[in-house]
Design a protein around this ligand. Structure first.
Ligand code: PLP
Length: 473
């Protein structure tokens, strides 16, 4: 492809992109395909000769698009959002075009220094203390792994990095509702799933700090080495907020590392009214949240903040001859701030998003989402045949259909499973479930970038109407 042909197709694709953004709300949110449908339509072997771009694009439209689930539909209410936005998309176009590897300062000084600056912006925007220093990671899973590895190396005097484990019996603590990535990270860090203590919950599905205290004490008595606590601000199931200040007190008492997983909820901290969640932050060692969830920035972009940058860098730094530069002593080389060597230029999209929205624009968007979710919760509360399953501190509503007289748990489960399946099959909305206290719970996550109040209202109408259709009662 020569440059003029590229120019022509790039212009065509920009039109495709704008049309998609305009029409996406009319597409079925969840792809209507069965396992293997797409695979069966893909050529079993690669073409020997290059193909014209028209043909590739035609196949994209006819084979790929029908198999896409539309995360950027305003009718998307599943999992958590993976929002993009127009400024973010535009930045990604530039990032793709520049194709720079941003592993060292010298491999793109602007990428490093922009990352430094936008992470300072972000830290101040969400009210983290100024001692925190940030770095962009690919995901919260990776950031939490970095945190646990840093805690491990700090506790072992870097012995485990050098010669592996020699009988350390570390234990890590999180709530029963903590994200599965914590367990994955504990495994990868060599600590072992069985040494991850899943702490009991309070009535709001948040960690019970007195149960944490008891678990740490028991482990110490039994000769374990309690290493770290991962507290969740906004659990994935129900967005429960672990009480940071009392957890921090336990960590201080026993000298534990404290990491905060605010993957989803961190964005809400742009609102000063939500900063109560940060009470206790003075004792936190590391903190992660995902602008790629709720902050309108394309996946991947996970903001990882640490109090002790040296401890992080000492965990990961290696300096082979071929990476040495004359400026290593005076610059940040972000390859030393995590697992990957090669890094995308991810700061650019964040910079575009923050500047195009403005802090005030971000606040407005997020507070709308929280308000609309609260309105749905207020509508559900008085309904005789629906029940709220958890508090709604953010923009995720947990509920189930519970008609009067139906009290058998497996019947309720089937009713709600069928309700969700039917809604998702309709293509009008897409929502997913969790289990709270063993009960199947539907989750309505408000907060897609171009969602308006009408989409949220329509979603609740669809849920109510579908549930009350004769087949469901
Ligand atoms: C989404 C989520 C994660 C995982 O995020 P990734 O960036 O996909 O690794 C971790 N913790 C919580 C609380 C989450 O909601």
């Amino acid at each position: 492809m020569d440059v003029e042909t590229f120019r022509r197709y790039a212009h065509e694709l920009v039109d495709w992109m704008a049309d998609y953004a305009r029409n996406v709300e009319d597409l079925p949110v969840l792809a209507k395909v069965s396992p293997g449908d797409i695979l069966s339509r893909l050529a079993p072997s690669p073409p020997e000769q290059g193909e014209p771009f028209e043909r590739i694009m035609a196949d994209f439209d006819s084979i790929i698009m029908p198999g896409m689930t539309h995360w950027q539909s305003p009718n998307y209410f599943a999992y958590f959002n993976a929002n993009n936005s127009f400024p973010s998309i535009l930045a990604e176009m530039l990032t793709a075009t520049l194709g720079a590897q941003c592993m060292s300062w010298i491999t793109s000084p602007a990428a490093t220094e922009l990352e430094e600056r936008v992470m300072e912006w972000l830290r101040d925007m969400i009210g983290l203390p100024r001692e925190f220093v940030g770095v962009i990671q690919d995901s919260a899973s990776t950031a939490t792994l970095c945190s646990l590895l840093t805690a491990r190396e700090k506790a072992s005097g870097h012995a485990i990095n050098r010669h592996g484990y020699s009988g350390e019996r570390f234990t890590v603590y999180c709530s029963r509702e903590a994200h599965s990535s914590i367990e994955k990270d504990v495994r990868i860090a060599g600590i072992g799933s069985q040494r991850l203590r899943r702490i009991a919950l309070d009535n709001n599905y948040a960690m019970d700090p007195s149960a944490l205290d008891a678990a740490v004490r028991r482990d110490m008595e039994e000769g374990y080495h309690p290493l770290a606590v991962v507290a969740a601000l906004g659990t994935t199931g129900s967005t429960a907020i672990d009480p940071l200040d009392t957890i921090a007190a336990v960590c201080r008492r026993y000298g534990l590392w404290l990491h905060v997983d605010a993957a989803y909820a961190g964005t809400a901290l742009v609102l000063p009214s939500m900063r109560w969640m940060l009470k206790g932050i003075e004792a936190v060692d590391s903190f992660v949240f995902n602008p790629h969830k709720w902050m309108f920035t394309n996946f991947d972009c996970s903001a990882y903040f640490v109090r002790d940058a040296d401890a992080l860098v000492n965990t990961f730094t290696l300096l082979p001859e071929y990476l040495k530069t004359r400026v290593d002593g005076s610059v940040k080389n972000y390859r030393d701030w995590g697992i990957q060597l090669g890094r995308r230029f991810r700061a650019l999209k964040l910079w575009f998003v923050i500047r195009e929205f403005g802090v005030q624009g971000l606040r407005e968007a997020v507070s709308n989402h929280i308000r609309w979710a609260g309105e749905v919760a207020d509508l559900i509360r008085p309904e005789p045949d629906f029940e709220l399953m958890a508090p709604t501190p953010l923009a995720t509503v947990c509920f189930r259909y519970h008609p009067e007289g139906v009290n058998d748990s497996s019947e309720l489960e089937q009713l709600n499973q069928r309700l969700m399946d039917e809604l998702n099959a309709s293509g009008k909305i897409f929502l997913t479930h969790t289990r709270l206290d063993g009960k199947l719970t539907l989750r309505l996550v408000v907060g897609q970038t171009r969602q308006e109040r009408r989409h949220v209202t329509a979603a609740w109408d669809a849920i109510r109407r579908t549930a009350r259709k004769p087949a469901h009662s």
